[in-house]
Design a protein around this ligand. Structure first.
Ligand code: HEM
Length: 203
């Protein structure tokens, strides 16, 4: 590898991330018609309502397992916050400011950490509520109704945050996607976005 680059993600981490992503999108498209009658047209993608439910259940199991694994594999980096992260949160990552802000971020900035924690919590909420919805007659009505509410709300929040995640990981911050596609990022990108991590691994 040319010396302009520094390793960011291993092949294992990348395969896991894209596996989670594919499962997530199958869940969204197979779940839209179950969420509201407005979207029943999406059932056609899965050969009808029954097919969509089958895809939703299989993708749900795969998403639950792989997303939890993704969270656990990044747990240490994602769940520890230091002074530099607090600075990032106080200044909202500089995204709402006209001035160019610089943050001394580690491997992930505070926003990415919060996103990672949210996805971990959402995975548990969707998975547990999903079990009650899967076999509704086996559980008390109140639990099933609460699960439907939690499942729907978490789904809407997750889609909103994932849209922001995709924007920030692509056009919002050019050079970021390279790391998840090829495993390495440019040194100049690492120094700018994650200087503390860069000092640890690459300088
Ligand atoms: C087309 C869709 C997606 C793209 C282009 C994308 C892109 C990326 C990139 C480039 C990174 C590395 C960021 C860095 O090096 O700093 C990343 C990290 C991550 N992605 Fe995705 N991603 C997508 C979908 C998803 C989905 C659906 C989930 C979960 C449901 C997800 C969860 C994560 C997590 C937890 C991380 C690590 C922490 C973080 O950066 O927040 N991604 N993604």
């Amino acid at each position: 590898m040319a010396s302009r680059y520094v390793e960011r993600f291993s092949a294992k981490e990348r395969v896991l991330h894209w596996f989670v992503t594919i499962a997530f999108f199958i869940l969204v498209f197979s779940g839209l018609g179950l969420y509201s009658r407005l979207f029943t047209g999406w059932f056609d993608l899965f050969g009808g309502g029954k097919g969509a439910i089958l895809f939703h259940k299989i993708a749900g199991l795969l998403f639950f397992a792989s997303s939890l694994l993704l969270f656990l594999s990044h747990r240490k980096e994602i769940t520890t916050f230091d002074e530099d992260d607090r600075d990032w949160v106080t200044k909202r990552g500089g995204y709402l400011s006209r001035e160019e802000e610089h943050f001394n971020s580690g491997k992930f900035n505070a926003g990415q950490k919060l996103f990672g924690i949210f996805i971990g919590a959402a995975t548990v909420a969707l998975g547990v509520s999903g079990v009650f919805i899967w076999a509704p007659t086996a559980f008390p009505r109140l639990i099933v109704q609460f699960s439907l509410l939690l499942h729907g709300l978490t789904f809407v929040l997750a889609v909103m945050f994932v849209i922001v995640h995709i924007y920030l990981a692509t056009i919002g911050n050019p050079g970021t996607l390279e790391g998840m596609l090829y495993g390495h990022v440019r040194r100049i990108w690492a120094r700018k976005h994650h200087p503390k991590w860069y000092r640890e691994v690459g300088e």
